[in-house]
Design a protein around this ligand. Structure first.
Ligand code: ADP
Ligand code: MG
Length: 413
C-alpha cells in the first residue's frame, strides 16, 4: 500500500522534474533512536506524502511568562515527505534519477540539511549494513558503467572537500606532519573557469573503480578531518562536507571524432543548521555559528533565486515561443565559498535535490520547524519580504555572475 503510493509519487516527481525547475525539496523524518528517545511522544508527522506537520508549543500570551503547555501543529509543504518508516532504499529511489542523469552528462547535486542529530550523515553515508546515498549512488555508477562498457567507457574520480569557517580543505590527502604552534593548515581556493565551471585549485581527485576504493577514500577523509579536531563529531557538525564524483564518458571504440561528456555528481552533508549563536556563544563557537548561518542562508537564497528564475524561464518559454527563453538575473553564488563551490552543480542545466532532515521529538520541534521553513523558502513558494530581499541582495552583489553553462558537451544519446 504505502510503498506503492511512494513508488507512484516518485514516478510522478520524475516526470515533473523539468516543470518544477529541476530543484526539488524533500523532507525525511528519522525514527526515535537511543534510550533517551525511548517512549518519547513524536512531534513531527507526515500526514500525506506532500506535507510535514510539526507540533509546536503555543505562543505564550503577551505578558505571560512562558509557553502555555498547549501544542499547535504547523504544516509545511514539500515536494516529497518521507516518514520514519522509510528506509534507505526508499530515500535512494528518489535520488537515483539524479545519479542516472549524472551518467547522461548532467551535473547533479544532493544536499542534506538539518540540525545536528537529525540524520543527515545517516542518509548520506548510512551505517554498516544499512548504507546511504553515497554508497548506493556509487553502486549505481559502477553497475551502469559495466553494463555500458561495450559502447561507452566511464571513469570516476572522487574528491572530498571540507568547508569550515569559509575555508576549504582537501580531505583526500593525509597531512604528513603535525602543525606547529601558530601554523595554518593548507587551505584551497575556488575559481570560476572560462567555461563556466568552478574549480577548486589543488583539490586532489582519486580514481575509483569499485566500492572498496570508495571505502578507502572515505576512511582517509575521516582521519584527515579528525586531525586537529578535538572531537570529530563536533567538527563534522560545524563543517560542510562536499563529496564530488567527476564523471567522464568516452565511446569505447574511438572512431575519430570522439564525443566526451563530463559531469559531476555532488553529494553534500551540511553543517548542523541549529542556531549555535543564540546566546552565550563566544570566541571560536560564535565565529563558527556566524559562518554556518551565513553560508546556509546564502545557500537558501541561491536555491530560491534559481527556482524563481527557472519558473520565469519556463513561463516565458511557454508564452512567447519565438522569444529566447533566457533570463540574465544574477544568483549570489560568489558570496561565500560553499555556494561558489556548488554554483555549477546548482545552476545551469543541473538537477538538485535538497533533503531536509527532522528529528521526531518535541524537544527538537522548533529546530525541525526552522529546517522545514528553510525548505519552503528554498522552494521559493513564499513571496514575502525574504524573497524580495534575495533579489535585491543579488542585484547589489559586487559580483556579476550569470548562470554557468553545464560542463562539457551535450550528453551522448
Ligand atoms: P546528523 O548527521 O544530522 O548529525 P546522524 O546521521 O549522525 O545525524 O544521526 C544521529 C543518530 O540517529 C545516529 O546514531 C544515526 O545512526 C541515527 N539515525 C539517523 N537517521 C536514522 C534513520 N533514518 N534510521 C535509523 N537511525 C537513524
Ligand atoms: Mg553528521
Amino acid at each position: 500500500g504505502l510503498a506503492k503510493a511512494y513508488q507512484e509519487r516518485a514516478r510522478l516527481n520524475n516526470e515533473l522534474i523539468d516543470m518544477k525547475g529541476r530543484i526539488r525539496v524533500f523532507a525525511r523524518v528519522r525514527p526515535m533512536v537511543g534510550d533517551a528517545e525511548n517512549g518519547a511522544t513524536p512531534a513531527v508527522h507526515v500526514p500525506n506524502p506532500g506535507e510535514v506537520s510539526v507540533m509546536l508549543p503555543a505562543k505564550a500570551k503577551l505578558g505571560g511568562s512562558s509557553a502555555t503547555g498547549k501544542l499547535r501543529p504547523q504544516t509545511f509543504a514539500v515536494d516529497q515527505a518521507l516518514d520514519a518508516k522509510c528506509g534507505q532504499q526508499v530515500v535512494y529511489a528518489e535520488v537515483a534519477p539524479l545519479v542516472h542523469a549524472s551518467l547522461d552528462g548532467y551535473n547533479s547535486c544532493v544536499i542534506a540539511y538539518g540540525q545536528t542529530g537529525a540524520g543527515k550523515t545517516f542518509t548520506m553515508e548510512g551505517v554498516e549494513g544499512d548504507r546511504g546515498v553515497v554508497w548506493l549512488a556509487m553502486n549505481t555508477l559502477f553497475a551502469r558503467a559495466s553494463e555500458a562498457a561495450a559502447d561507452l567507457t566511464y571513469t570516476f574520480e572522487v574528491s572530498i572537500l571540507e568547508v569550515y569557517n569559509d575555508t576549504l580543505r582537501d580531505l583526500g590527502v593525509l597531512e604528513t606532519k603535525p602543525l606547529g604552534p601558530g601554523e595554518q593548515r593548507q587551505t584551497l581556493d575556488v575559481r570560476l573557469l572560462p567555461d563556466g565551471t568552478t574549480h577548486v585549485a589543488g583539490l586532489s581527485r582519486h580514481k575509483v573503480a569499485n566500492t572498496l576504493d570508495v571505502a578507502k577514500l572515505l576512511r582517509r577523509a575521516m582521519s584527515v578531518r579528525a586531525q586537529g579536531a578535538t572531537n570529530i563529531n563536533e567538527r563534522s557538525s560545524r563543517s560542510h562536507l562536499v563529496l564530488t564524483v567527476h564523471i567522464a564518458c568516452v565511446p569505447s571504440h574511438n572512431v575519430g571524432r570522439a564525443r566526451v561528456t563530463k559531469s559531476k555528481l555532488v553529494l553534500v552533508d551540511l553543517a548542523g543548521s541549529e542556531r549555535l549563536g543564540k546566546s552565550g556563544s563566544t570566541g571560536e563557537r560564535l565565529l563558527e555559528a556566524q559562518h554556518i548561518n551565513r553560508s546556509l542562508s546564502l545557500l537558501g537564497s541561491c536555491i530560491s533565486a534559481l527556482r524563481a528564475k527557472s519558473r520565469r524561464v519556463s513561463r516565458r518559454a511557454a508564452s512567447l515561443s519565438n522569444q529566447p527563453a533566457t533570463d540574465d538575473s544574477h544568483i549570489p553564488f560568489r558570496d561565500c565559498r560553499l555556494t561558489f563551490v556548488l554554483s555549477d552543480s546548482l545552476g545551469g542545466d543541473s538537477k538538485t535535490l535538497l533533503l531536509l532532515h527532522c528529528a521526531p521529538t518535541l524537544a527538537h520541534s522548533q529546530e525541525s520547524a526552522c529546517t522545514l521553513a528553510f525548505g519552503v523558502r528554498a522552494r521559493g513558494v513564499s513571496l514575502g519580504p525574504a524573497t524580495r530581499q534575495v533579489s535585491a541582495a543579488a542585484k547589489n552583489s559586487p559580483y556579476n555572475i550569470s548562470l554557468p553553462k553545464p560542463a562539457g558537451s551535450p550528453p551522448l544519446r
